[in-house]
Design a protein around this ligand. Structure first.
Ligand code: IVH
Length: 723
């Protein structure tokens, strides 16, 4: 099966790596077609779907995020025909939201980050998301000097001559504007102008254009500005880049846009300032209703925190601001039937049901599988025990279902068409045993909540070949041991082999293969698909990895919940493998210093900590690791480096915030501290350097005093980090 049809939940790490590679290429290609050549091959919804799938896979496997990940880029690289312009401030993208819940989450995250209570209302603006091209137009001393496309967000294309031909864009600003002003907004072509242009083209016997957006893009990227002038392009101002004297300007998003209007820019009349999620969503609905009658294409509604001061505090993530989001209009749905339900077994034994569908096109993409998540989902029960789908209908083989590829690319079975349920359709019986090894499959009880875990897990552990092979595939994957020539297919081959000289069942077997081969008569190089050269390369690749960084080693162990980021945290905190293993064994009682230290590592929560300790409780794991260590150079992974480069007074320090903070939320305080190179921990231990205590601080402050750790209040902390 090709990876692109596998639900994100069901991807193995190998699949995920392959899929991220495919998506990076696919998105880059479409970026180039869209931005570089103005001839997209897929719809915007499909493009969003690719991005969402990429994001969803990265969220599940953060360790697989690629250097060239689409999530690290914005748009395409600038094309060659126009001179490059480096933006004074980067032109960022917006996060997408697709549902009311997403919007609620967005608003809640803003309140949380700023440490606001729901009654300390934060105003938002809501305005249409124009489907055009973003543009940054620079004025110096009131004169238009430069206009650039977004490009890759950092460098765009100089299209000044063409922008000057747009009547709606002022060439001069009124007296008194700041010396430098960059106004940003969307260049678009009105639907009516697009239709008129196409009529003309048709009358002249020429090929018509596809849609207003691409026509606008094509018109803008004409080397001959006269052509641009003949196309009636328009503009909406909604943002800005560099401004030299911002102090004299309004302090809110809404008023800034009104200021642009005063300066002569067109601004969107549907922009509103609103104070609650309910109002925001009502405005979304209103804009949605107006959409067909607007003379320009829109693909959603953009929400922004109104206060510019709050925008600054919220700041940016790598690709987009924390203070804004785009609420996209819904994606397409289609009807099809569930032909079968398969179960996939993952590395940690999770049994994931997958619906095999009668192939159907949803928004131009063929969908054959949809994830069914878990047993509850099939039954019609949501994550919190609530009924999902209409009155909690279950999903059965033979059912006609509504499949949605929302921007969320994992195709979802939204609902069942009950009228079409075949008379003989029976409720799906979730297997009680692992379909691969036959061991019991159980739903563990969450010790904290007392509720059943939604995941059904195979209890076979080492005897389950699905788990074992998935473990090996993880072990050799790119961010783990990264052994070239040992892919998914080869692992299956070596695993299934009955001849010990050709067998790989555990990680150390990888390293003993060459030796076992030397002593054996059955030679790998004589086997189809291998050959002398590739076998030589395989051994070289394996031997090269006898030296390995500690974080890769820890990640490769495949401990549940330990992704690449966690592995790095562990490596950095413990320094050497021996120190790590010793501490994990010491932490087995789930109390005491070793346990507390583990939990004090910021980014490691109790669930992760428990999973690690559980892993080290299993003698078989220690045994396999022992054999693996014996195969490494110096019998150990390389020790981790202690990397702290920032020269701030708190760089490299471990800081704990406790009590209530009055000037910042925890998240904001943490983001600030981390940006200055500090590590922020959740609990106080010997390794803590500073405890910042607000009113109401209790046991953590006591513990800090007991351990002689430096303590300070919020103001002292602010003074230390420079306000
Ligand atoms: S605000 C830092 N407002 O959507 C955020 N963007 O997906 C600046 N867009 O690059 C963007 N209408 O091309 C904003 N009312 C609007 C918009 C809008 C369309 C485009 C813009 C941006 C993209 C982000």
């Amino acid at each position: 099966m090709s990876t692109e049809t596998i639900a994100v939940d069901a991807l193995t790490i190998e699949d995920a790596a392959a899929e991220l590679e495919r998506l990076a290429k696919e998105i880059a290609r479409n970026d180039e077609l869209y931005h570089g050549e103005d001839r997209p091959a897929i719809s915007d919804a499909e493009y969003d779907a690719l991005q969402r799938r990429n994001d969803a896979i990265e969220a599940r496997f953060p360790e697989l995020i690629r250097q060239d990940s689409p999530s690290r880029r914005v748009g395409s690289a600038p094309s060659v025909t126009f001179a490059p312009v480096v933006h004074a401030r980067p032109m960022l993208s917006l996060d997408n939201t697709f549902s009311q819940e997403d919007v609620q989450d967005f608003v809640a995250s803003v309140y949380r980050f700023l440490g606001r209570l729901p009654d300390q209302s934060i105003a938002f603006t809501a305005e249409p998301k124009i489907d055009g091209l973003s543009m940054s137009i620079r004025y110096e001393n009131g004169k238009l000097v430069n206009a650039a496309t977004r490009g890759d967000g950092t460098t765009g294309e100089n299209v000044t001559a063409n922008i000057r031909t747009i009547k709606e864009v002022p060439n001069e600003l009124p007296w008194g504007v700041p010396a430098v002003v960059e106004v940003r907004g969307e260049v678009y072509m009105a639907k009516s102008d697009f239709l008129a242009l196409n009529k003309q083209m048709e009358a002249a016997g020429k090929q018509t254009y596809v849609n207003p957006r691409n026509t606008a893009a094509g018109s803008l990227r004409q080397l001959n500005a006269n052509v641009t002038a003949s196309r009636k392009l328009k503009f909406f101002a909604y943002a800005w880049g560099e401004i030299s004297e911002p102090n004299d300007l309004p302090k809110t998003q809404f008023d800034m846009v009104q200021k642009f209007k005063e300066w002569g820019f067109p601004v969107n009349p549907l922009m509103k300032r609103l104070n609650s999620v309910a109002d925001i969503l009502a405005h979304y609905d209103e804009i949605g209703l107006k959409r067909p009658d607007l003379d320009y294409d829109i693909d959603g509604v953009v929400y922004k925190v109104d206060s510019l001061e709050l925008q600054t505090r919220l700041g940016f993530r790598s690709r987009s601001p924390r203070w804004a989001t785009a609420h996209k209009f819904p994606a397409e749905q289609a009807f099809t039937t569930v032909e079968n339900i398969d179960i996939q077994v993952g590395r940690t034994g999770a049994l994931t049901p997958v619906a095999r569908l009668t192939p159907i096109t949803v928004g131009g993409v063929v969908v054959t599988n949809a994830t069914l998540h878990n047993a509850d989902y099939i039954e019609g029960i949501g994550n919190s025990g609530e009924r999902i789908r209409d009155v909690g209908h279950d999903i059965r083989i033979g059912d006609t279902v509504i499949v949605q590829r929302a921007g969320d690319v994992i195709p979802q079975v939204l609902d069942v068409v009950m009228e079409k349920r075949p008379a003989d359709a029976r409720p799906y019986e979730f297997p009680k045993t692992c379909p691969v090894c036959g061991s019991h499959a159980v739903r563990e009880k969450n010790e904290k909540t007392g509720k059943l875990d939604s995941v059904t897990r195979c209890t076979g552990g080492f005897i389950c070949t699905a788990q074992a092979t998935e473990h090996l595939k993880h072990f050799v994957s790119r961010n783990a041991f990264d052994i070239e020539g040992l892919g998914s297919r080869q692992i299956d081959f070596f695993f299934d082999n009955e001849d010990r000289a050709l067998q790989i069942r555990t990680a150390p077997d990888i390293f003993t293969l060459e030796k076992r081969q030397a002593d054996s008569l059955t030679k790998l190089e004589n086997i189809d698909g291998f050959g002398k050269v590739s076998v030589g390369k395989l051994y070289a690749a394996i031997n090269e990895r006898r030296t390995i960084a500690l974080h890769r080693f820890i990640y490769a162990l495949g401990i549940r919940h330990v992704g690449e980021t966690t592995a790095k945290l562990l490596a950095r905190s413990y320094g050497t493998y021996d120190a790590f293993e010793a501490a994990m064994k010491e932490a087995v009682p789930l109390s005491g210093d070793a346990w507390n230290d583990l939990n004090a590592i910021e980014g490691i929560g109790e669930i992760v900590a428990r999973a690690i300790v559980e892993f080290y409780k299993e003698p078989r794991n220690i045994e396999v690791i022992g054999a693996l260590l014996d195969e490494l150079d110096d019998k150990r992974p390389l020790p981790a480096e202690q990397a702290v480069t920032s020269d701030s007074p708190v760089a490299g320090k471990t800081v704990v915030f406790t009590g209530s903070l009055e000037k910042f939320s925890r998240d904001e305080a943490k983001a600030r501290a981390e940006s200055l190179g500090a590590k922020v921990a959740g609990s106080v231990s010997k390794k803590t350097d500073i405890v910042v205590a607000g009113p109401g601080a209790g046991s953590k402050l006591d513990k800090a005093r007991e351990l002689g750790v430096q303590t300070m209040d919020e103001d002292e902390w602010l003074a230390l980090i420079g306000g």
